[in-house]
Design a protein around this ligand. Structure first.
Ligand SMILES: C[S@@+](CC[C@H](N)C(=O)[O-])C[C@H]1O[C@@H](n2cnc3c(N)ncnc32)[C@H](O)[C@@H]1O
Length: 231
C-alpha cells in the first residue's frame, strides 16, 4: 500500500540497527512508560502504537487486551511484525488508520507523525478510531529541560524558540494536557552514545557536545506527553 502522507524517519527508517541501540538506552527507569500508564492505562484495553517503527515498544503493553502497531514504512512493518507475535501490525499512517470507528481505547504515538502544524488530519483520524473516553498520548521532546533540549536548541539555531513553543500552542488549542517527564539516555558504551548523537544531530552539534562531556555515556532527557481525550 502506498501512503501519500508517509514521510520516512531519517533515524528509524535510515538506520534501524542504530535506532534499536538508541531505543535500548531510552528511559532506563521506565519513567515515561509510568507516566503513560497513569494518563492512559492500557491494562485489559486495546492499544494502538501509531508509527510503531520496528516495534521496539510493542512488548511493553503486554497486559493490554489487544496491541496493534500501525506503521507506514514498508521497510519497518516486517521488523515490527516479527518482533512480537502477540501484537497485530498493520500498514497504515496517522491519516489512514486501518481500523473501524470507535474501536480502541488508547492510541499512543512516540516520536511519530505529531509534529505540528500539519497534523490536524492525523488527529481527526485518531479521534475517529478512539472509543468515547479513550485517550491519545503523544510523546515529544521537551525543548527546555535536560541535556537533550540543549542539543535541540543548538542544532535548531534561530528556529530553536519555535520548536517547543509552537508545538505546545498547537496542542493547547486542541485542549491537550501536558505532562513533563525528566528522564535520561543511558548507553552501554561511549561509541554507541556518540554514534546515536551523530545520527540525531548535525556532526558539529554532536561533536561539540561530546567534546564538552568527555566521559559521558548518556545524558539527561526531557520528554513531554500531550494527551487528548475522546468525548
Ligand atoms: C522516529 S521514528 C519512531 C518509531 C517508534 N515510535 C519508536 O519510538 O521506536 C518515527 C516513525 O514515524 C513513522 N511515520 C512517518 N510518517 C508517518 C505518518 N504519516 N503516520 C504515522 N507514522 C508515521 C516513521 O515511519 C517511523 O516509524
Amino acid at each position: 500500500m502506498q501512503l501519500s502522507d508517509f514521510s520516512p524517519a531519517p533515524n528509524q527508517g535510515g538506520n534501524p540497527e542504530l535506532y534499536e541501540i538508541e531505543n535500548r538506552a531510552v528511559d532506563p527507569k521506565g519513567l515515561v512508560l509510568g507516566a503513560l500508564a497513569e494518563i492512559a492505562p492500557w491494562r485489559g484495553r486495546s492499544l494502538v502504537d501509531l508509527g510503531c517503527g520496528s516495534g521496539f515498544w510493542l512488548g511493553c503493553y503486554a497486559d493490554a487486551a489487544e496491541v496493534i502497531g500501525v506503521e507506514p514504512d514498508p521497510g519497518l512493518v516486517p521488523l515490527a511484525a516479527a518482533r512480537d507475535a502477540s501484537a497485530r501490525v498493520l500498514t497504515g499512517s496517522a491519516e489512514h488508520i486501518p481500523l473501524p470507528d470507535a474501536s480502541v481505547d488508547v492510541v499512543h504515538a512516540r516520536f511519530a507523525y505529531f509534529w505540528p502544524p500539519r497534523c490536524e488530519p492525523g488527529l481527526q483520524e485518531v479521534l475517529r478510531v478512539l472509543r468515547p473516553g479513550g485517550t491519545l498520548v503523544v510523546i515529544d521532546n521537551d525543548w527546555q529541560n535536560g541535556d537533550f533540549a540543549e542539543l535541540l536548541r543548538a542544532s535548531a539555531g534561530s528556529a530553536a524558540m519555535g520548536g517547543g513553543v509552537r508545538t505546545h500552542a498547537w496542542w493547547s488549542e486542541r485542549g491537550a494536557e501536558r505532562t513533563e517527564v525528566l528522564s535520561e539516555w543511558a548507553f552501554d558504551s561511549r561509541d554507541d552514545f556518540a554514534a546515536v548523537l551523530r545520527m540525531e544531530f548535525p556532526d558539529g552539534t554532536a561533536d561539540a557536545w561530546l567534546e564538552q562531556h568527555p566521559e559521558a555515556t548518556g545524558l539527561s532527557y526531557g520528554f513531554v506527553l500531550f494527551s487528548v481525550r475522546q468525548g
